[in-house]
Design a protein around this ligand. Structure first.
Ligand SMILES: O=C(O)/C=C(\C=C(/O)C(=O)O)C(=O)O
Length: 291
């Protein structure tokens, strides 16, 4: 049973005005359940609505995307079975980012790799996951190194300073979810966001998803004007190290549920040229997930 205050994903997203380039990748989305086939994790901190692979793939087609990167969400913990089922149904058009524990076996990692997993996710958002010591994550990084996987990290902007040494010590590509969740009431050239920009400027292995305006905006839908300058700054400064995703089915939103078509229409405002759009939506995700 989903949480009482859960907002379901938009049932009838608009067809976006912006047409993504051929081969475009939704590089951050999830599958939830269905719970009767893929039970939610006992340690979860929320219970979502079901949001299965068929609905994800139908949205992909409606929005004009070719491929998906499906990211394990915390409601499924380290049970990646719903993710793997979706990958196996996608006919090569989906790759995955899994959640594993430090006890994961080599056989389990190999099976995930064969299904299409190419990275692991470390979620440092305290309302989602209880914190663990750095050694826990370093043990996992050692295990995935032979597979050539990368690391996706999700954290609150306030935690960047505390985690800086850990993030900058990682030997893999490190992809930061949602720009490190900047406070968009502060200026782009203010100290807080410039600390995140410095992370990318000083560490060429660090990438960022320029997604989730709906999570960060104070000005709100449908255009999320206050988030655009932050995303555009990263796209123009680091055009070869940015990714974009819908974040469907948009877990834990409380203020509103975005129209996914409107999210796609934000893309040309954060990536204002065809070249930047191609890098963001095709070249970068293909290099990271389908090389
Ligand atoms: O889906 C997102 O990227 C954002 C959220 C949830 C998760 O990442 C998750 O449960 O794994 C959130 O901010 O609540």
């Amino acid at each position: 049973m989903k949480d009482a205050d859960w907002l379901d994903f938009c049932p009838d997203p608009s067809v976006p005005g912006f047409v993504p380039p051929p081969g475009a990748v939704d590089a951050h989305c999830h599958v939830f359940g269905p719970g009767d086939r893929f039970p939610y994790a006992p340690e979860r901190k929320y219970t979502p609505c079901d949001a299965g692979k068929d609905q994800l793939f139908a949205l992909r087609d409606r929005l004009g995307f070719e491929r998906s990167v499906i990211v394990q969400a915390t409601c499924h913990g380290a049970d990646n079975s719903a993710l793997v089922d979706a990958l196996r149904s996608a006919e090569g058009r989906a790759r995955g980012v899994a959640t594993v524990r430090d006890s994961v076996t080599d056989a389990e990692l190999q099976a995930l790799h064969e299904a299409g997993v190419r990275g692991v996710r470390f979620n440092f958002v305290k309302r989602l996951v209880d914190p663990k010591p750095d050694a826990y994550y370093r043990a996992i990084i050692e295990r995935i190194a032979p597979l050539g996987w990368h690391v996706v990290v999700y954290f609150e902007a306030a935690d960047l300073a505390e985690r800086w040494d850990f993030f900058t010590s990682l030997p893999t590509t490190v992809v930061v979810d949602h720009m490190g969740r900047p406070d968009v009431t502060q200026p782009v050239d203010g100290p807080a966001f410039q600390q995140f920009v410095r992370l990318m400027a000083e560490h060429p292995n660090v990438w960022s998803k320029v997604s989730c305006p709906e999570r960060l905006s104070r000005s709100g839908p449908p255009t999320y004007d206050d988030v655009v300058p932050f995303a555009r700054h990263l796209v123009e400064r680091f055009p070869d190290r940015v990714l974009w995703g819908t974040d469907w089915p948009h877990p834990n939103l409380k203020s509103h549920m975005p129209d996914d078509g409107a999210l796609v229409d934000v893309i040309p405002r954060i990536a204002p040229t065809a070249e930047l759009q191609r890098k963001l939506l095709v070249d970068n995700p293909m290099r990271l997930y389908w090389a």
